[in-house]
Design a protein around this ligand. Structure first.
Ligand code: FCX
Length: 396
């Protein structure tokens, strides 16, 4: 279905050469226009959520009002904490997130209203309420998973009503005192929020919700798509791959050594994680924005893992072009996103896609609201059959 326009998506457009635009705004334009948190300059999740949902740039006051509203709804119900605490710490954090999000449909107002017999014209309003409630609860859910898997026995703070969503999330993860990491996560979460509707996670939410499944179970399904290594799990895979390279070749690695390592990866039949894309045909502007974040901070510039990302970027496109398979030899956002987290001490890379999952909710859920407001139908594409499967016994 590549290139076949088969979905309606209100909030963003992905151009192969320009990259993502959110309601017409490029990432640098969003960085200029969308309000940050008090004491910070990175785009807040609330500002991006407002833009995605309404098509308008919020004022600072509007963004803060939304932050307060989300913080007030942010605590997890007891049944959800008990469920998450009962899961084995060895279960992948993405599976735990998908389970937790699905379970929150216990409180779905959409499902309750559907049972009462609501009108079709009311679908969007209940979808909106469920979506905002879910986005509000994601930091507490995602942080509880992190605590259970990596820091068992430590206390989780309450939600601070004066903080924005990402401020609370970083605080709950135990990194609230690290201003740079909080700002990085604000940028990360806002620019990962939406990437047009055809990506596997957003598309899954759209498909499942078209059956009138509520937003919780629709987004839980989307998280299962995000958990695949060709999609969101790539940010975990990039770090694993970079660390393996570092272990084999040391810190002062040369670009020639990286070239050899890239060929070794390709010749073993593996993909180079963080490179290539289904739509993009140039370096991902999200990758560029995260690199620019690194360029303004001396500690990140001096970090061996960030230097390795930069050196890899110098040679990987050439190697991938020579290899000749991928249509896009340039980096996508995953080529750098996890490495910055690693530098800041958030080293548990199996957790990284959970952060992506907190973010992608902004786009995937707001577009469910529009799909229901516009009365989009049940999605049911026609299939092409293989003639041979109709013949009796042809598959034996
Ligand atoms: N390394 C090696 N081979 C690659 C490659 C890479 N980074 N990217 C693409 N190829 C190969 C494909 O595997 C395919 O090989 P095949 O003909 O033997 O099946 C061929 O090149 C053509 O693929 P192409 O059309 O360019 O890419 P697709 O749309 O099929 O796939 C992804 C796009 C992103 C899945 C692919 O580039 C890839 O596997 N990249 C590495 C994983 C990754 O970084 N994923 C994250 C993507 C994104 F940012 C996100 O969703 O988060």
């Amino acid at each position: 279905m590549r290139g076949l326009k088969a979905m309606l998506w209100e909030a963003s457009v992905l151009d192969p050469y320009e990259g993502i635009r959110f309601h017409g705004l490029s990432i640098p334009e969003c960085q200029k226009l969308l309000p940050g948190a008090p004491g910070g300059s990175a785009i807040t999740a609330e500002s991006m959520l407002w833009l995605l949902l309404t098509g308008k740039v919020p004022t600072e006051a509007e963004s803060r009002q939304l932050a307060r509203e989300l913080a007030e709804k942010g605590e997890l119900p007891v049944y959800a904490t008990q469920l998450i605490d009962s899961l084995p710490a060895t279960l992948h954090p993405m599976t735990q997130l998908s389970i937790g999000v699905a379970a929150l449909n216990h409180d779905s107002v959409f499902q309750a209203a559907y049972e009462r017999g609501m009108q079709k014209s009311e679908y969007w309003a209940y979808t909106l309420e469920d979506s905002l409630n879910l986005i509000a609860r994601l930091p507490a859910l995602a942080a509880r998973i992190y605590r259970n898997v990596y820091k068992p026995g430590t206390a989780l703070p309450d939600i601070n009503k004066d903080l924005d969503l990402v401020g609370n999330y970083t605080n709950l993860l135990g990194y609230g005192a690290n201003h740079d990491l909080t700002e990085y996560l604000r940028l990360y979460i806002s620019i990962h929020g939406d990437h047009e509707g055809g990506n596997a996670s957003a598309h899954t939410a759209h498909l499942v919700n078209s059956t009138l499944s509520d937003p919780y179970i629709s987004y839980s399904a989307a998280l299962c798509a995000l958990a695949g290594p060709l999609h969101g799990l790539a940010n975990q895979e990039v770090l694993r791959w970079q660390l393996e390279m570092q272990k084999e070749l040391g810190d002062n690695i040369t670009t020639d050594q990286i070239k050899d390592y890239l060929w070794k990866t390709l010749k073993s039949g593996r993909v180079v994680p963080g490179y290539g894309h289904g739509v993009l045909r140039k370096s991902d502007p999200r990758f560029i924005a995260l690199q620019e974040f690194c360029d303004t901070r001396p500690d990140l510039l001096a970090s061996p893992i960030i230097q390795m990302v930069k050196k890899t970027y110098e040679v990987a496109p050439g190697v991938l072009m020579e290899h000749g398979k991928t249509k896009n030899p340039y980096p996508n956002v995953d080529a750098t996103s996890g490495c910055v987290l690693y530098h800041y001490g958030l080293t548990e890379f199996k957790y990284y896609t959970v952060i992506f999952g907190v973010s992608r909710a902004l786009g995937a859920l707001t577009q469910l609201v529009w799909a229901r407001a516009l009365g989009l139908p049940l999605e049911r594409p026609k299939c092409k059959n293989l003639p041979s499967t109709h013949a009796h016994g042809s598959l034996t």
